[in-house]
Design a protein around this ligand. Structure first.
Ligand code: NAD
Length: 506
């Protein structure tokens, strides 16, 4: 990678980040920029261009111009570029992970894991010749054959959140591009460097200019993108209000849309569970990445006598989480992404205390220099009427709700409007089996707190965590980025000449 796009070291250096259009960096024309922070230092490290409608139009025009040649490039050649891209991402995984830490703040090991999970989608997409195969039926009528093919849509757009600047875009574009589409990515304005590095790696892999483009920015860029007449489909991952608004607006403009929203993930712990395992899992899943994961556990539902044994174990483990810079190998948890977000999360903790929940681990005093730090906070005796229960906080705050029975716990989870991920901890196979059937959530873990599906399955929630009917990657991703066509064919046979106005039968 030749990039000098931005300095990835933990030290401070202000850089400018431009768009990536038609295979090269392009300065924006709007004059508007955003500040990119190094959250561990609490200081700005870069300025990122915010796209105007004209900038978005340029990116879409480049993608549109690239589509005819790319969509007709032989499957084997497309796969070869995917393989090369996979090799380059792997070779540059450490630089990508360091860029993530510099702007998101998560710890380096976690950032490496993020790159790995993104890479797995590229590996899945390398199989595109197999994934695009259609079906063939011989003799659907006498001497008539029928077959189905899947074809790419055209220019497709991806709008992604700050919390996985590599993995979430890579849920989308490897499959979209492998299937023959061209792509315009609007990544989060909070950590835009890693997506630019991916653009460079695509170029190095031999992807033709214009097939992958990046425009940075805010609502203005998104609105132009989702209304653009040359954009055929939109994938968005973000908070529920944003995902819902984009879904409604983009579908109103005739786009195919998949929109993944926010979450409030519950972990039910039955009294027969392995309590130390459940406590470890709750803490790992609540405070990994400072709780800024859409699959983070934010509510533990302790059933019956489980709570009295579990809560002290969780509190003790939470107090032992080491908070510091993501580059420090002793840190378990980094800062929050911005000072504004840290303050918002801290306000929720204050609200929880005022509402009468019992704060058994208080991370509000955690700080290191000017960084946007907040330590792990654990509440017990949380009621569903409290804001710490019903709002998505997206920070290191874990609520424990008590439930009398398994049925009460399941009913509580099923009443929640979000339905991204859920887990149950139990040693009772029958209870687990009932749970997987009765729970109304898209991704279910059984003694697994963060049940993120592998790339060859599809990822997505239900209810207010998903708008549209397609999950990302896996076969749902392939279907989302292609459309079906069925051909009915027969070869001329003089014996078939003659008048026949009837509806054909076999
Ligand atoms: P966000 O909703 O603020 O932003 C998501 C994207 O939309 C960004 O690119 C942003 O620039 C853009 N955007 C923001 N406001 C907009 C507006 N008014 N109109 C149009 N576009 C707008 O989300 P975030 O804070 O970057 O990320 C965290 C959220 O994403 C959390 O709610 C989290 O649960 C969710 N998330 C969900 C999943 C999932 O798979 N369901 C995965 C990761 C993150």
């Amino acid at each position: 990678m030749t990039t000098s796009l931005v300095d990835h070291s933990p030290t401070l250096e202000i850089a400018e980040i431009h768009h990536w259009i038609d295979g090269a960096p392009v300065a924006g024309g709007s004059g508007r920029t955003g500040t990119v922070y190094n959250p561990a230092l609490g200081k700005s490290r870069a300025r990122v261009d915010f796209a105007s409608a004209d900038d978005v139009d340029r990116a879409v025009a480049a993608a549109r111009a690239a589509f005819p040649a790319w969509s007709t490039t032989a499957l084997g050649k497309r796969a070869a570029i995917l393989f090369k891209f996979r090799q380059l991402v792997d070779a540059h995984a450490e630089e990508l992970a360091r860029a993530i830490v510099s702007e998101h703040g998560k710890v380096l090991a976690d950032a490496r894991g993020e790159v790995q999970r993104g890479l797995e989608v590229v590996e899945f997409a390398c199989g595109i010749p197999h994934l695009m195969k259609g079906e063939f039926s011989e003799n659907v009528s006498t001497n008539v054959d029928s077959y189905s093919i899947r074809q790419p849509l055209g220019v497709v757009a991806g709008i992604t959140p700050f919390n996985f600047p590599v993995m979430v875009p890579m849920w989308m574009f490897p499959v979209a591009i492998a299937a023959g589409n061209t792509f315009v990515l609007k990544p989060s304005e909070k950590d835009p460097t890693a997506p630019m590095m991916l653009a460079e790696l695509w170029r190095e892999a031999g992807l033709p200019a214009g097939v992958f483009n990046v425009v940075h920015g805010d609502r203005a860029a998104v609105e132009r993108l989702i209304e653009h007449p040359d954009v055929a489909a939109v994938s968005v991952v973000g908070s529920t209000p944003v995902a819902r608004a984009i879904y409604e607006r983009a579908t109103a403009h005739g786009k195919r849309v998949q929109a993944l929203g926010g979450a409030k993930n519950h972990m039910i712990v039955l009294p027969d569970a392995d309590m130390p395992l459940a406590a470890d899992s709750a803490v790992n899943a609540a405070f990994g990445s400072a709780g800024e994961r859409c699959m983070a556990i934010s509510v533990v539902v302790a059933v019956g006598e489980a709570g009295d044994r579990l809560v002290p174990m969780i509190a003790e483990r939470a107090r032992g989480v080491r908070v510091g810079s993501g580059f420090d190998e002793h840190s378990d948890m980094g800062p929050l992404v911005t000072g504004e977000h840290r303050d918002r999360v801290a306000r929720y903790v204050d609200e929880g205390v005022r509402a009468g929940a019992r704060l058994v681990s208080d991370g509000r005093a955690a700080h290191a220099g000017d960084g946007f730090f907040l330590g792990p906070c654990v509440f017990d005796n949380v009621e569903t009427s409290m804001s710490i229960y019903h709002d998505e906080i997206f920070g290191p705050v874990l609520s424990v709700v008590r439930a009398a029975t398994y049925d009460d716990a399941v009913a509580l989870v099923n009443r929640n409007p979000y339905a991204n991920g859920v887990a149950i901890f139990t040693n009772d196979g029958g209870a687990a089996r009932r749970f997987q059937s009765e729970i109304q959530v898209g991704m279910v873990g059984i003694n697994v707190p963060i049940p993120v599906p592998m790339a060859y399955y599809s990822f997505g929630g239900w209810k207010a965590s998903l708008f549209g009917d397609a999950h990302v990657h896996g076969m749902e991703g392939v279907r989302f980025y292609t459309r079906g066509k069925v051909v009915t064919a027969r070869w001329p046979d003089p014996a078939l000449r003659g008048k026949d106005l009837g509806f054909p039968t076999a």
